[in-house]
Design a protein around this ligand. Sequence first.
Ligand code: AKG
Ligand code: FE2
Length: 242
Amino acid sequence: MDDPEKVLETLLAESAESIAFPTDGPTRAAAHLGAAVPITADGHTLSAELLHAEPRVLMLRDVITDDEARAIIRLAKPLLSASPTHTGEGYRPTTRSSSSAVLLDDAQPPLRAVRLRLANLTGYPEANFEPLQLVRYLPGQEYEPHNDWFDACDVREHLRGGERRLTILIYLNAIASGGGGATNFPELEVRVPPTKRGAVLFENYALNATRGDGRCLHQGEPPSATTKFAANVWVRARRFRL
Ligand SMILES: O=C(O)CCC(=O)C(=O)O
Ligand SMILES: [Fe+2]
C-alpha cells in the first residue's frame, strides 16, 4: 500500500474500530493495592493484586492450571527460535537473548481456554488478542529494559490491530526464590518474581491514551540456575490480524 492517501484513509477507518477502554473488567474492578482479591472468570477462581496504580500493574495468581501450563510448553517447544525485538525508527535496540515461539493454533483447547478466560477478566474481546507467545530463558538469558507498545508512527502495527493496550505475561514454571527471572519495572520500582501459574498484567496506555506510557518500561531479568518459561499475551485496541 504505497499511495499515501489510501494509507491515511485505511488508518482512519482502522482507528475508528478501536474499542473503548474497558473499565469494568474484573481485573480493573477488583484489584486493590496491597491485597490479593479473589475473582472468578468462567468458573475459574484466581486472585488479583494491584502492585502499582498508575500505570496499573497487577499480579494475578492461579490464572492458569497445571495442565494448561504443561500444554503451552509442550505445544511451543518444537517451535522455538531466537526471540525477535522491534527494530527501526522509534525503537531502542535491546538485547533479548531468549527463544520464543508463536502459538498460532488458537483452536487448541488449552490455548482457547486461557484466551477466553483472559478476555473475560480484562473486558477485551478474544479477537483483539495476539496469539500466545512462549518465551524461554536459559540460565543467564535476559530481555533488557524495553516497552511493549509500538511507536505511534508504526503503520504496519496500526494495520495489525493497533495499540498493544495490555501485556499479560504468564509464568509457566517454578523458579526458587532468589533464583532470578523476575519482571522488573525500573521506573515504577516494582519487581515481580515469577510465580508458577501466576501472571503480571500491565496497562501500556493510560485510560483513553493513544500513545504508549514510557513508565511501563520493563525487563526480563536472567534466571540464575533454572530455565524460565513464560507466555506473553498482548491485547490490542482492535481485532488482531497476523
Ligand atoms: O520475561 C519477562 O519477565 C519479561 C518479558 C517481556 O517483557 C517480553 O517478552 O516482552
Ligand atoms: Fe515486554
